[in-house]
Design a protein around this ligand. Structure first.
Ligand code: PLP
Length: 388
């Protein structure tokens, strides 16, 4: 009954862990979860107020498919102010979350015979989308000993005449690695003379603790022309449930193609979310963004210190996002089993690295309060002791 296309999709391996965590919680067990991919903070007041005003003003009807002009102007201003990137309204489209942006982008450019380069560990959705659209995934492996970043040589080696796209995620989910301007420039040089599209997922842009953030498109004219910048507000202003994301690209044809797809599928994104998103982009929520960033930084420092003090575990200190990708290779090469046992025996939920394409690690999200972080890592320490 089902199509071959839909059968290429697999359920996320991480669902197994969340389901188990839910079952144990329902049984009354004391579970501490570090598996969430969303901030534990509330959406800032100023954003909620904008949404409430939109409802009260009756802003509740269909809008332009790609977003209202005021929202697109707010996105263009944000990209100019924060990233030094210039885009016209027809080079920008809003979507139902950055995940939807990626879905539409891959629909527009990936087909059978195309190769998409995806550095691993990766955010789970990228390879699934490539396969869904009939493309082939070409992984470039990274490890904690090279700060989870690909080198220009690795990129050079992965390129073939079939390469259609490379996905860059900086800061990264699941590792928190952030590419510097010089590193992006060097990767950009390798791509010169090719038609390769860079899908630059910048969702965690506002969560930087050391160094600074650079947009892929901002490092050279050549990179500006080949890059599709994908961003949203889920992580920066805790708007995961509102569903807002966007794409911007020099290539107008590409953006207009995704608009056509959107016009025949979801149409415009929620009108109220659009008004709220303006407040998330125009600087009104900057104090809230900074408050969250400072809290995340403190949690990162504490979690990294405590985990690195555990004999048998080690973790690369990430420059951004809210994840640690913890190396368990001294203890296990079966991260799924390790995480299941940790959950069953100690009530701690973390996500197996194998779900992100890298065995021998687990992902620990520090988007939770510092007391739970201390308590949970203590339990991890006990678990590791008992393994020996
Ligand atoms: N990109 C990355 C790297 C993510 O981690 C996520 C969410 O987990 C997304 C995109 C999608 O975010 P949303 O669809 O909520 O905008």
């Amino acid at each position: 009954m089902l199509t071959d296309r839909i059968n290429t999709l697999s359920e996320s391996i991480t669902i197994a862990i969340s389901t188990l965590a839910g079952e144990l919680k329902a049984q009354g067990k004391d579970i501490i979860s570090f598996s969430a991919g969303e901030p534990d903070f509330d959406t800032p007041r100023v954003i909620k107020d904008a949404a409430i005003a939109a409802i009260n003003d009756g802003f509740t009807k269909y809008t332009a498919v790609d977003g209202i002009p005021a929202l697109k102007a707010a996105i263009a201003n944000k990209l100019k102010r924060d990233n030094n990137l210039t885009y016209a309204p027809n080079q920008i489209i809003t979507n139902n979350g950055a995940k939807h942006s990626l879905f539409n982008l891959f629909a527009a450019v990936i087909q059978k015979g195309d190769e998409a380069i995806i550095p691993s560990p990766y955010w789970v959705t990228y390879p699934e989308l490539v396969l869904y659209y009939g493309g082939t995934v070409v992984e470039i492996e990274t490890h904690d000993d090279n700060a989870f970043k690909i080198t220009p040589q690795q990129l050079q080696d992965a390129l073939t005449p079939k390469t259609k796209m490379i996905v860059l995620t900086s800061p990264s989910n699941p590792t928190g690695a952030v590419y510097s301007r010089a590193e992006l420039e060097a990767l950009g040089k390798v791509l010169e003379g090719t038609d390769v599209i860079v899908a630059s997922d910048e969702m965690y842009e506002k969560l930087i603790y050391d160094g600074e953030f650079t947009s892929s498109a901002a490092v050279s004219e050549d990179m500006y022309k080949r890059t599709v910048t994908i961003n949203g507000l889920s992580k920066s202003v805790a708007m995961t449930g509102w569903r807002f994301g966007y794409m911007a690209a020099y290539n107008t044809e590409l953006i207009q193609a995704t608009k056509k797809l959107q016009s025949q599928s979801t149409s415009n994104i929620n009108s109220i979310t659009q008004k709220a998103a303006i407040a998330g982009l125009d600087g009104s929520a900057d104090d809230d963004i900074e408050m969250m960033r400072v809290a995340f930084k403190e949690r990162r420092d504490e979690a990294v210190k405590l985990i690195n003090a555990i004999d048998g575990l080690s973790v690369y200190k990430p420059d951004g996002a809210f994840y640690l990708f913890v190396n368990i290779k001294e203890l296990s090469n079966d991260s799924m089993e390790f995480c299941k046992q940790l959950l069953e025996k100690k009530g701690v939920a973390v996500v197996p690295g194998v779900g992100f394409g890298s065995e021998g690690y687990f992902r620990f999200s520090f988007a939770t309060d510092i007391e739970s972080i201390r308590k949970g890592i203590k339990r991890i320490e006990e678990f590791v002791e008992e393994l020996k």
